[in-house]
Design a binder for this molecule. Structure first.
Ligand SMILES: Cc1ncc(C[n+]2csc(CCOP(=O)(O)OP(=O)(O)O)c2C)c(N)n1
Ligand code: SF4
Ligand SMILES: [Mg+2]
Length: 277
């Protein structure tokens, strides 16, 4: 290890590939660091993980950088692929890392049904409120009023509250943090990995190039400042009126519960049927 090399990068990423695909100031690197930090703190072997991603800037987090098995799949389908992987290899940690467009627009049904089935996946959903990679189109997560390349007068649609939606669909563990909260994000990812059930960590992240520019919210520093000033802990938010919460980002844990998990039930059934045969 060279004296300047980052220990997580040295330990968990492939040396022979370029170091990043993201623009300067993008929040995706912060999320990636929280993921690797979580694996390191849990003292897990990255070889016991299979990472699955879709298409988009966020989907480049694991693949081809992480030095383990990574599946870079098609747009909107990482949860479908991950479901198959988990059912076939239930002893592996299967983690999906992808964007808000990938997982809540074209892949929205896969997301809610995986939560409903409560399959043991850890999903890190990077929410930058936009389709970053394809030029900054409005996503189901773009807040109302925000200008994008496809809503130049401001989006007239309501946005999904992803954490609430996945909680309502039946997930075992759901948390939301921003890139202003990398430590808390890391702790949530650790809990998500350890949870026997569907776990979603919504990572609110800055896209200064597409979101920041079109919305006029500014560069990375201003966007991080915005996250800092507008984040409200969930416990506090529950006591606030809807009008007070307008424009706020509710952060913290949304649910942490124990429920029967799908891949274990399938594994048990397979054993029972094999014994009967
Ligand atoms: C079937 C299909 N439809 C559309 C696309 C084009 N496409 C690629 S990535 C993307 C949106 C990505 O947005 P998001 O998931 O939020 O990722 P980000 O780039 O913001 O991290 C779209 C529409 C595609 N590749 N395949
Ligand atoms: S377009 Fe946005 S999300 Fe994509 S790498 Fe650049 S800053 Fe990050
Ligand atoms: Mg996005």
């Amino acid at each position: 290890m060279t004296p300047t090399a980052h220990p997580l990068r040295e330990k968990y990423t492939r040396r022979h590939v370029a170091r990043t695909t993201t623009c300067p100031g993008c929040g995706i690197g912060t999320v990636s660091q929280s993921i690797l930090w979580a694996i390191d703190e849990l003292q897990l072997d990255i070889d016991d993980f299979i990472f699955v991603s879709g298409i988009g800037c966020s989907a480049w987090v694991p693949s081809p950088f992480y030095n383990t098995d990574t599946l870079h799949t098609t747009h909107g389908r990482p949860i479908a692929f991950a479901t198959g992987v988990k059912l076939g290899l239930p002893h592996k940690h299967v983690m999906v890392v992808s964007g808000d467009g990938d997982l809540t627009a074209i892949g929205g049904n896969h997301l809610i049904h995986a939560a409903r089935r409560n399959i043991n996946l850890t999903v890190v959903l990077i929410n930058n409120g936009i389709y970053g990679m394809t030029g900054g189109q409005t996503a189901p997560t773009t807040p109302p009023g925000i200008k994008t390349i496809t809503s130049p007068y401001g989006s007239m649609e309501y946005d999904f509250d992803v954490a609430e939606m996945v909680t309502a669909a039946g997930a075992s563990y759901v948390a939301r943090w921003t890139t202003h909260h990398p430590r808390q994000m890391c702790r949530a990812i650790k809990k998500g990995i350890e949870k026997k059930g569907f776990a979603l960590i919504e990572a609110v992240s800055q896209c200064p190039v597409q979101f920041g520019r079109a919305s006029k919210l500014g560069g990375a520093t201003r966007m991080l400042q915005h996250f800092k000033e507008n984040s409200v802990r969930r416990e506090k938010a529950l006591e606030m009126a809807p009008a007070q919460l307008e424009g706020k980002i509710i952060v913290g844990e949304f649910v942490d519960r124990e429920k029967a998990e799908l891949s274990a039930q399938w594994a048990r059934l397979r054993c029972e049927l094999a014994e009967e045969a």
